[in-house]
Design a protein around this ligand. Structure first.
Ligand SMILES: CC(C)(COP(=O)(O)OP(=O)(O)OC[C@H]1O[C@@H](n2cnc3c(N)ncnc32)[C@H](O)[C@@H]1OP(=O)(O)O)[C@@H](O)C(=O)NCCC(=O)NCCS
Length: 167
């Protein structure tokens, strides 16, 4: 079986996802840098599991939880014309699993999941100083298309058009 694997997040993943999200390096890589409050996270996680706004997948490596991939569904009005179903993707590896070259294969696995869900376009916004993330998304076939501002910070906008690649 290819490594890593993705499985849909479940209720019992709530605490692990919270801990990874509040890791200082994760906060520094985010566009909202404040710590996350546990009660807010629990509400967010419940809404997420309902699946309408976004979908979360747990990254498994050697059978262990190694991180999370998130797809935030974009409203049709926010999607570029002709792109089909569109999602913003985010990845957060557990601190214990960083630096092991897991991010690119995890993003490839996410691409397969997205394609199987009928997604036509994946978008990622990355802080320019987040070099490992830039490298991971570029290695996973995302292309830099723009520089934008998100919550007052510069962001690199990367896109992956699924019709243009074979996964
Ligand atoms: C971003 C993240 C997923 C990358 O995963 P990682 O385990 O740290 O990185 P990997 O070991 O998979 O390496 C990915 C690539 O970045 C490179 N890299 C790692 N650290 C780097 C650094 N400090 N500077 C430059 N390149 C770096 C690696 O060499 C590798 O490239 P290569 O395979 O071409 O050699 C992980 O650090 C993370 O979860 N960070 C916190 C959350 C976050 O930033 N998410 C992304 C938001 S857009």
């Amino acid at each position: 079986m290819p490594e890593p694997q993705l499985r849909p997040a479940e209720e019992h993943d709530c605490d692990a996802v919270f801990d990874w999200a509040n890791d200082p390096d994760t906060r520094a890589a985010s566009f909202l840098r404040a710590d996350i409050v546990k009660s807010d996270h629990i509400k967010w996680f419940k809404a997420t599991l309902a699946g309408k706004l976004r979908q979360l997948f747990i990254i498994l490596s050697a059978g262990q939880r190694a991180g999370v991939v998130r797809f935030d569904w974009l409203a049709d009005a926010d999607a570029p014309a002709g792109a089909g179903r569109c999602a913003e993707v985010g990845i957060n590896l557990a601190p214990s699993h960083r630096g092991r070259r897991l991010s690119t294969p995890a993003l490839h696995a996410a691409t397969v999941v997205a394609r199987d869900s009928g997604v036509g376009l994946l978008i990622a916004h990355i802080r320019p100083d987040n070099l490992s993330s830039v490298r991971a998304f570029e290695s996973a076939d995302y292309r830099l298309v723009d520089t934008v501002e998100i919550k007052g910070s510069h962001a690199l906008r990367y896109e992956l058009r699924l019709a243009e690649i074979s996964v």
